[in-house]
Design a protein around this ligand. Sequence first.
Ligand code: ADP
Length: 438
Amino acid sequence: MEIDSELKVAEALAEDVGKGWARLDPEDIKAFNGVLGDLIEIRGAQKTVARITGTFPEFYGKKVIQVDGITRSNAQTNLGEVVRVKKIPRKTATTILISPLDFTHVLPEESELEQFAKVLQGVPVILGDKINIPFLGGKERLFNVEATSPSGGVIINQKTKFLLKKPDFSMEAPSPVSYEDIGGLGKELRLVREMVELPLRYAEAFERLGIEAPKGVLLYGPPGTGKTLIARAIASETKLHFIRVNGPEIIHKFYGESEARLREIFEEATRKAPSVIFIDEIDALVSVRGSGSHEGAPERVASQFFNELDNLSDHSQVIVLGATNREDLLDPALIRAGRLDYVLQFPIPDEKDRLEIFQVHTRERPLGDDTDLTKLAKSTEGMVGSQIALICRSATMVAIAELIHTPEKRPSTHLFIGIKHFQEAIKMVQKKEESSAC
Ligand code: ADP
């Protein structure tokens, strides 16, 4: 018969941490027909599992269950709370699928996965648990248990096979962008499209003609001129797998693990091909030595990057788009033939393009009768797409704020964005520019 006991959660002994043990009074163990080593289910707000071990006489009669922090967190309970405990069948885990909880680390290699079973033997887990895996060098990392075979609570033994569910780098899943969301940049869009689409579509023709297909394009121009926007639009419109990478992040956030990170990115791109890898601030990865802007981009990271690039074959169906506003810092090796040998400059938009950008960003917004986008385009000389987008967002906010704070206008007046809202927004953006230039 299944017996459920109620016990109060208490702290584990320091030496028990990470073992998945629950220390219990022998009387309490008997109460649900358990013996030492049995598997129990602990039910707080969540279910988790632990293995029974005996506690010390000073805890007898207190009706407590001593479990460590990770078990408490897996059961979603706290010290002093009451949990329900019952015995469940003792099963051994054949396979456990795990995924990393923290994406800032390099994923474990196959050989490390094999070590997990040895390190964790005896530890019980159940689907939904987090497990703490001690790595060499005393570091620990948390993983989610995504699936187990057999299902239910299982105990890891030496032979348990660990499988890794790889994270998807494009998880941030940018919202789709269409070609209509780009103002101006007609020539740039056409050229990047050709560079991306032709080699993917006509890989065989390239090969037949003995031409090496371009690996990618270097997009060069001031920040906010639409380089990322174009890359995203092409990826969404052509349904390519899109991986966005930030150069400085690879160097700094993944310090010491940058090369492995690069390898993973290229691996994912190849696996999910056809794909586009978009590398923003690529100068951080491949700057000329001593240029000083992105200090600390080690040479080995650059050579790893070049290796990955050179190893892409015409069949890989992976296109690399690099973006920079500091072409002067780039290692010329990047734009060597067979690498990003096509450089496309993104200009500061002219009046006609600014008008198009205003049109894109005011589409579906209620404009006042006095709002003349042509005049706005004229009066924003020198501004780039990101600033115009900001002006349009700010003008909307100004108009909304005005409506909210002018009670006499409500509820009869509808929201509309008039020229004065735009003018105020332009001033705000100019001020922001000035203060960030100081
Ligand atoms: P970059 O990559 O060149 O630094 P982004 O493409 O990230 O610039 O631009 C930032 C934002 O500015 C975009 O998401 C978009 O809202 C706006 N933007 C920039 N250029 C344009 C453009 N040509 N047309 C429409 N919006 C633009």
